[in-house]
Design a protein around this ligand. Sequence first.
Ligand code: TYM
Length: 341
Amino acid sequence: MSKVEHTPRVFSGIKPSGGLTLGNYLGAIKRWVDMQGPDFETTYCVVDLHAITVWQDPADLRHATRETAAAMLASGINPDTSTLFNQSQVPAHAELGWIFNCVARVGWMNRMTQFKDKAGKNAEKVSLGLYAYPSLMAADILVHHATHVPVGEDQKQHVELTRDIAAKFNHDYKVDFFPMTEPVIEGPATRVMNLRDGSKKMSKSGESDMERINMTDDAATIAKKFKKARTDPEALPDNLEALKGRVEARNLVDIYAGLSDTTPEAVITEYAGAGWGRFKPALADLAVAKLAPISDEMSRLMDDPAEIDRLLAKGAERAEAVAQPILEKTYDIVGLVRSRK
Ligand code: TYM
């Protein structure tokens, strides 16, 4: 079969499992906004089927799905130019996920570090869905024949697995059907760290609220969290090299660079010699200036959930128009009989 020519297509997703953090914003959403434009077709998904790989209260899940969509819209995802939808409304994702469960190898899944971290010592008790999670993620990407996947550093291994699945499928069925997807992990804040422990990633599910900035935190809370963020006693140096080993300090510099659309080098030049008493309040002011308009807009959007649902439905129809033909072609390649009209 001849190679399918693909329009460069961006796909990325985010789980509606609890509130969103500054890590989600800087590592993903903000970069998705920036990728909108003439160079790419952009598709962004609220991955509700991934969220239920761990227990979600149904009412909380519905709320988080709408709130995640609201965060994307409020951050600047344009629902007219980007396709924005929730995964469960486009069944082709789950269907291709099953095909990929039959392509991916158990040994590959056993190497997934995120599964190992999440399952911990409890691997026998977690859901089968959590284990198969990366295969559904590969289906999300490949059912859109996406070529570029902007994600934070923590998702790199999953995008690499997506390439392995595409290659094995193409090889086994002697086709050149699924593209080799590129992970796009760029910018100063692809791994935002926990504010209380710079060796851990900032995440929605960490134990203490003080270790993360939530996209919905108010100004006083943001200021308090940065003020209490762990650092070291030294002032900021005048070059990045000198920040080696000072993980907490480096994290705050990276956050500043991400929020202000500049580089860590530029930040360190501007704040060379500054102590935390100067840098932390400046960082808090910057975060408030960037996040407050977004959280205001999120709450305005959340006052009208029917409108969010309408946008998600419209996006799902557009996503299905891309995904369904790719799924059907896959079924034909695999040899599944499709005789229903
Ligand atoms: P999720 O919901 O955990 O995170 C969504 C996005 O936010 C990024 N991110 C971070 N970036 C920088 N620093 C952090 N501390 C931080 N925390 C989270 C993540 O890297 C991600 O880009 N498996 C995915 C969701 C998914 C997906 C997909 C992504 C499902 N299907 C297809 C891309 C393509 C996840 O759990 O993201």
